[in-house]
Ligand binder design. Structure first.
Ligand SMILES: Nc1ncnc2c1ncn2[C@@H]1O[C@H](COP(=O)(O)OP(=O)(O)O)[C@@H](O)[C@H]1O
Ligand SMILES: [Mg+2]
Length: 287
C-alpha cells in the first residue's frame, strides 16, 4: 500500500505556558489514506479543530510529526509547505469567510489570484467550478447577498478552484439548516465518490459523521476510538512504541522531532490559500 496521504506520529499541541498551559493534543499517531472520507468527532474542546489545522499545515505542532505522502513536512522549506498546501488542500469552514465586498466569482478565484494565474484563466476556472456547484448564476452577486447554503457552496467552489486532492471541512454544515446542510453534504460526498477527493470533516453532526467511511473520536486531546480497525495509539499508549506500520517510520530517527515549521500563518483566515507563495499555478492535478 502506498504511504498515507497524511500521517502523524506522536503529534502534540500545547497552547500557552506556565499556569495557562493547555495540552490540546497529547500525542496522536494515525494515518489517512488517499481517497478516504474521515470524520473527526468529539465534544467541543476535545481538540478537533486543532488537529485539523495541524493536518492541513495551517498551524505547527509543539512536537511530533506530520507527514504527507510519507515525507515529514518538517523536511520541507516553508515555501514548499505553502506550495504543497496550495496545490493539495482545499478548505471549507463553518463561518464561510467570504469577503463581503467582493462578488462570488472574485471570492472563488482568490486562490488563483494569489497563485499568479492570469485574469482570463482565473475567470474561466472560477466559472467552471461555480457551474459544477450550480452557482454560475450567482457569480456576479455580492457574497453578502447569498443564503447560507449558497455561501457554503461558494466556499466549496473556492476550495475546489485549485484542484485539491484533500478537502478539509470544519463543521461545514454547522451554520446551515438541516435541508441545506444535506445539500452541502451531498456535494462533499459527490466529490469524494466521483473524483476520489479525500475528505477530512470535523463535525458534531452524527448523521454527517455516519456518512464518512471512518470516524476518529476525540476526547481531551486524544483519539479514543478509530473505527477503521486500526489500533488506537494516542497519548501515553503509543509514545515511544514502534509505529503501527512497523518498518516505515515517519519523521526519520527523531521520533520526537522538532516542531514542524510552516510559514507561520494561523488558521484564522479561513482560507488557507491567501498569502501563500510559491504556488505554481497549476490546479489541474485533480484527483
Ligand atoms: N489559540 C489557542 N490558545 C489557547 N487555547 C486554545 C487555542 N485554540 C484552542 N484552544 C483550546 O484547545 C482546546 C481544543 O480546542 P479545539 O481544537 O478548537 O477544540 P474543538 O474543535 O474540538 O472544539 C480547547 O480547550 C480550546 O479552548
Ligand atoms: Mg472546533
Amino acid at each position: 500500500m502506498s504511504a498515507p496521504v497524511l500521517e502523524t506520529e506522536n503529534l502534540v499541541k500545547v497552547y500557552g505556558r506556565g499556569e495557562s498551559r493547555f495540552d490540546a493534543l497529547k500525542g496522536l499517531t494515525f494515518g489517512i489514506q488517499q481517497g478516504e472520507s474521515v470524520a473527526i468527532v468529539g465534544k467541543s474542546g476535545s481538540g478537533k479543530s486543532t488537529l485539523m489545522h495541524l493536518l492541513a499545515l495551517l498551524d505547527e505542532p509543539t512536537a511530533g510529526v506530520v507527514a504527507m505522502n510519507g515525507r515529514p513536512v518538517s523536511q520541507l522549506k516553508p515555501a514548499q509547505v505553502s506550495e504543497l498546501r496550495n496545490d493539495t488542500f482545499g478548505f471549507v469552514f463553518q463561518q464561510f469567510f467570504l469577503n463581503a465586498n467582493q462578488t462570488v466569482l472574485e471570492n472563488v478565484i482568490l486562490p488563483l489570484k494569489i497563485a499568479g494565474v492570469g485574469k482570463a484563466e482565473r475567470k474561466r476556472r472560477g466559472m467552471e467550478v461555480l457551474e459544477q456547484l450550480d452557482m454560475a448564476d450567482k457569480a456576479g452577486n455580492r457574497a453578502t447577498d447569498l443564503s447560507g447554503g449558497q455561501k457554503q457552496r461558494a466556499c466549496i467552489a473556492r476550495a475546489l478552484v485549485n484542484g485539491p486532492s484533500v478537502l478539509f471541512a470544519d463543521e461545514p454544515t454547522g451554520n446551515l439548516d438541516t435541508a441545506t446542510g444535506e445539500v452541502v453534504e451531498d456535494i462533499l460526498f459527490g466529490l469524494h465518490r466521483d473524483r476520489g477527493i479525500t475528505l477530512v470533516i470535523v463535525t458534531h453532526d452524527d448523521d454527517l459523521a455516519a456518512r464518512c467511511q471512518r470516524r476518529l473520536l476525540m476526547q481531551d486531546g486524544m483519539i479514543i476510538a478509530d473505527d477503521s480497525g486500526e489500533a488506537v495509539r494516542s497519548a501515553g499508549a503509543g509514545v515511544g512504541q514502534p509505529s503501527r506500520q512497523g518498518s516505515r517510520r515517519v519523521g526519520g530517527p527523531g521520533r520526537h522531532a522538532a516542531p514542524v515549521v510552516v510559514d507561520g500563518r494561523g488558521p484564522d483566515t479561513g482560507q488557507g490559500n491567501d498569502g501563500n507563495q510559491g504556488n505554481d499555478g497549476n490546479p489541474e492535478g485533480q484527483a
